[in-house]
Design a protein around this ligand. Sequence first.
Ligand code: IMP
Ligand code: MG
Length: 184
Amino acid sequence: MAVNLGVSRVMLDESAIRDKVRELGAKITNAYKDLDAPLQTVVILKGAVVFAADLLRAIDLPVRLDFMAISSYGKQTSSSGVVRILKDLDAPIEGAHVLIVEDIVDSGLTLKYLIDNLAARGPASVKTCVLLDKPERRQVDIKVDFVGFEIEDEFVVGYGLDFAEKYRNLPYVGVLDPSQAHTD
Ligand code: IMP
Ligand code: MG
């Protein structure tokens, strides 16, 4: 079975992603270079895992890694921004400089929830880094500090992003035609 079934177009190929991740890593390194403590990254499961694996290796600073997994309360209520924590951080972040690493910001509700939730735990700072940004779809005003690519409002998969839990292992970001996608 072809892994790319239903992918109508490659939007960002491997080399474009590689260059951008290197650029983001350099920007983050520069932004935090005077820190006297490790940078605390918080990677949002599962979509940001592939991006984060590459990004972390492009950051030339001491880094700590932790994970959070969240889920929206379903389509009906997702516009309220109410999300459920499926897996919380392993350790407190009080006093830490936190960088949230996420795959994509769409309405912005997920990221807003995460920023507010983490900010309430007494960190020294909270910033955000996303690979992809769909600015047209924004419902809440949030500041994304490090953005890889601004993209059009199309459903994309690959490089960690899924459709029904598949396509995360594509090495590129592609546009999905859901009517042609894997259904199993
Ligand atoms: P937001 O809360 O509307 O900003 O949604 C962000 C979340 O929606 C991301 O973490 C993704 O899981 C998901 N998402 C939004 N757009 C896409 C897409 O084009 N492909 C795959 N997942 C997406
Ligand atoms: Mg996600």
